[in-house]
Design a protein around this ligand. Structure first.
Ligand code: SF4
Ligand code: SF4
Length: 355
């Protein structure tokens, strides 16, 4: 009883901290230009996200039920959703796995409920019509079989989180995806940001390789893949990488963070021939689509000339799913998109897809 009370108190002070960070970030992001205080607040957000992810993994490792053969602890990750058959997450039919939590803060994020880990404040519990979410040992627990997918909990959450999370190991995810094996070409892991969980990705990639199916990552690129030259890269077929903006200041306006690391990682992935696709969402008025498409294409064209098949997916911004305070943007017109495609072609890209 005492333990439960103490956990509730811890959760609520943690929740206040997050509320403070989120609202300060939102105000600062809305105010436009970057400044040092805003940058350090963004870094604080990123560090907190990464620490929260590590903390949950450590807690999982300490649970007796996480012990597997040889006494080692199994790594579990927060899975938001598994789509058995997807035709938009890489080539062919694929099972798509969406992990929870992200380390960027994109204004046009279309899945804002995947951005943060649940802080167990309990605000979403009363509104659930089927009692699929409930308190269990001071934390918010979820019964998938009771959930009717009404999204009341997502609307109630002010922390960009979701209570509909299953903590799963790579083996468990693979087992679930295996049910679709005769009908899929591979597995794609997306997010949130999947590279927050590199050990999980490595294990799942190994299982895919053993079974002879493809394994792709959908990433924001804020991860140095070269440090995993032997541990992760051999197990992935490629990365679908978001380049939100090429210009550093514009990138900060779009995501809250600089893009030096992301551009470096784009080139690293191309060097290793692991860049399956680059994606840019075109949002007129937020950043220059022309500058981004031109410079990304210029950077990647030497690899395309060498014979690498790197696709450039140019995506029109649509407001569906975007947070209300960021819905002021307009979608680009057809002419603008066609001009961007032509520009990418002129700069040397060959496989360009407009969506
Ligand atoms: S979507 Fe959320 S609120 Fe609706 S039934 Fe499922 S858990 Fe409950
Ligand atoms: S998902 Fe529910 S319990 Fe978790 S942070 Fe959001 S409102 Fe709070």
């Amino acid at each position: 009883m005492f333990l439960r009370k103490r956990r509730r108190i811890q959760a609520s002070s943690f929740s206040l901290y997050w509320e403070k960070i989120f609202s300060a970030l939102q105000e600062e992001q809305d105010s436009g230009a970057s400044h040092p205080a805003k940058d350090s607040r963004n870094e604080e957000f990123r560090t907190m996200q990464e620490l929260a992810v590590k903390k949950e993994q450590q807690e999982d490792r300490e649970k007796p039920e996480s012990r597997v053969e040889g006494g080692q602890a199994e790594i579990k990750v927060p899975v938001n959703k598994i789509i058995p058959f997807s035709s938009v997450d890489g080539p062919g039919n694929r099972t798509a796995i969406f992990l929870q939590a992200c380390n960027l803060d994109c204004k046009y994020c279309h899945n804002p409920e995947t951005r943060a880990l649940c802080i167990h404040c309990g605000d979403c519990i009363p509104g659930c019509p089927t009692k699929a979410i409930y308190w269990e040992e001071g934390r918010v627990a979820f019964s998938p079989e009771k959930c009717i997918g009404c999204d009341q909990c997502i609307h109630a959450c002010t922390h960009n989180a979701s209570p509909r999370i299953r903590r799963m190991s790579a083996k468990e995810v693979f087992q679930e995806a295996s049910k679709n094996l005769p009908f899929i070409r591979g597995i794609t892991v997306s997010g949130g940001e999947c590279t927050l969980y590199p050990e999980f990705l490595r294990e799942l990639g190994m299982l895919c390789k053993k079974r002879g199916i493809g394994f792709l990552l959908d990433s924001n690129g804020y991860y140095d893949f070269s440090k995993d030259e032997k541990d992760l890269l051999p197990y992935i077929d490629g990365v679908m990488l978001d380049i939100k903006a090429y210009n550093g200041e514009e990138h900060k306006r779009v995501t809250g963070f600089s893009n030096e690391e992301i551009l470096k990682n784009m080139r690293i992935l191309a060097e290793y021939d692991k860049l399956f696709e680059v994606r840019t969402v075109v949002v007129p008025g937020l950043f220059s689509g022309k500058d981004t498409v031109e410079k990304v294409s210029k950077d990647l064209s030497p690899y395309v000339r060498k014979g690498q098949k790197i696709r450039y997916k140019i995506i029109a911004y649509r407001e569906f799913g975007v947070r209300e305070q960021y819905r002021q943007f307009e979608s680009p017109g057809e002419e603008e998109l066609k001009a961007l495609k032509e520009l990418a072609e002129q700069e040397g890209m060959q496989d360009i897809l407009l969506i």
